[in-house]
Design a protein around this ligand. Structure first.
Ligand code: ADP
Ligand code: MG
Length: 361
């Protein structure tokens, strides 16, 4: 087990990278503490798999170092890094039984036979594979095969970390919930660093104690699910996390205030100097934006109103920009013209995408 440090890490698949666009990973400095349950969350193509493969040694970074505790492992092979990795698609030996598949990672590692047998039984039981232990893997469904892959990742008790790359992709939706909570329980029981890659925020937020959000080859924020939701450090995080995500409204600075239409937002709490006329962005979650019948407030066009169980969410358009707002109980909106009222206490202020002040007042 180990703390994993990424030190000035960058990677380009191209031979002669020239500019930032040539890099799949820009400049990453990050520490994964020993024993943590991490999710690595970001949209498809942002560099998650590349980062995971660099940690496991399948990809050698163009620049920078990977350290396990104090040891520089950048030039070590995958085998000598002592890492388990579970991929999107099952990796099993079809000609072997499930039991043999699960025992395989312990082979040639001087694990006594009876310990191997006990460990295999233990992991099989955690993943509900006990009844198929003596079946050939080739006869099993994709779901089952992926469970075997998970088991193979979990079977070695001595690994530095276990890396999961979107491991539930082939799993039937109704089984996903169950497997995810199983993985969470296993993490509690084993106390091994786990990094779980996903593009699905629900998966990330339910699995992880800490979520690392990636965007465009860079880590944009690391935090608990609550921190990411309540204090997004970047407009990307605000918009990406939450459903619907945070509204992002461009506005202009005038003195110590900003205006969105006729709504005045105080900038007293901003912790860097903003200059008059500077363009900034306000971020506000849909629950703090109220849709009201046309009147005082920001004029908008209503596109549709969705009932999402506990709340009604309106999709509206303002100056060609799509926003989400909540529709308070007892309010009925006639026609397409309506008004928005923002709760200034819940406004976040961003300059060049980066948070410069939390709740404004
Ligand atoms: P993610 O896992 O977040 O979807 P990847 O790490 O797979 O992202 O990809 C990051 C970027 O690197 C993408 O632009 C992708 O097209 C590119 N990329 C990934 N693997 C390769 C490869 N083997 N050769 C060239 N480009 C690649
Ligand atoms: Mg990937």
């Amino acid at each position: 087990m180990a703390r994993i440090t990424l030190d000035h890490l960058a990677h380009a698949y191209k031979a002669n990278p020239r500019n930032a666009e040539d890099y799949a990973l820009k400049e990453i400095n990050h520490v994964w503490s020993q024993g943590g349950a991490y999710a690595l969350l970001g949209p498809s193509g942002c560099g998650k798999t590349t980062l995971l493969n660099i940690i496991s040694g399948l990809v050698r970074p163009t620049r920078g170092r990977v350290l396990f505790d104090e040891l520089d492992v950048t030039d070590l092979s995958t085998e000598s890094r002592n890492i388990a990795q579970v991929f999107q698609f099952p990796v099993v030996y079809d000609t072997m039984t499930v039991r043999e598949n699960l025992a395989f990672p312990l082979k040639n590692r001087n694990v006594p036979r009876d310990r191997t047998a006990r460990r295999v039984e233990e992991i099989a039981s955690l993943l509900d594979l006990t009844r198929v232990l003596d079946r050939k893997a080739s006869n099993l469904t994709a779901d089952m095969k992926q469970k075997i892959s998970l088991g193979r990742g979990l079977v070695r008790p001595d690994v530095a970390a276990i890396l999961f790359d979107e491991p539930l992709t082939v799993i039937d939706p109704h089984l996903k919930w169950q497997l995810r909570s199983t993985l969470k329980e296993i993490h509690r029981a084993l106390d091994i660093t786990m990094i779980y890659v996903t593009h699905d925020q629900t998966e990330a937020l339910t699995f992880a104690d800490k979520v690392v959000v990636m965007h465009d080859g860079a880590v944009v924020q690391t935090g608990t699910p609550e921190e990411l939701f309540e204090r997004p450090a970047h407009t990307f995080v605000g918009h990406f996390i939450g459903s619907p995500g945070m509204n992002i409204l461009p506005c202009r600075v005038e003195g110590s205030t900003a205006f969105v239409g006729n709504t005045m937002i105080s900038l007293r709490r901003v912790y860097r100097t903003l200059s008059d006329g500077e363009h900034i962005e306000l971020g506000i979650r849909p629950e703090f934006v109220r849709l009201q019948p046309k009147g005082a407030g920001l004029p908008v066009q209503v596109r549709r109103i969705d009932d999402i169980g506990r709340a009604r969410i309106a999709r509206v358009e303002m100056n060609g920009r799509s926003l989400a707002a909540s529709v308070p109980d007892g309010i009925s909106i006639e026609g397409r013209e309506a008004s928005l009222v923002l709760d200034p206490k819940h406004v976040h202020i961003y300059a060049n995408g980066h948070l410069v002040a939390g709740e404004a007042n």
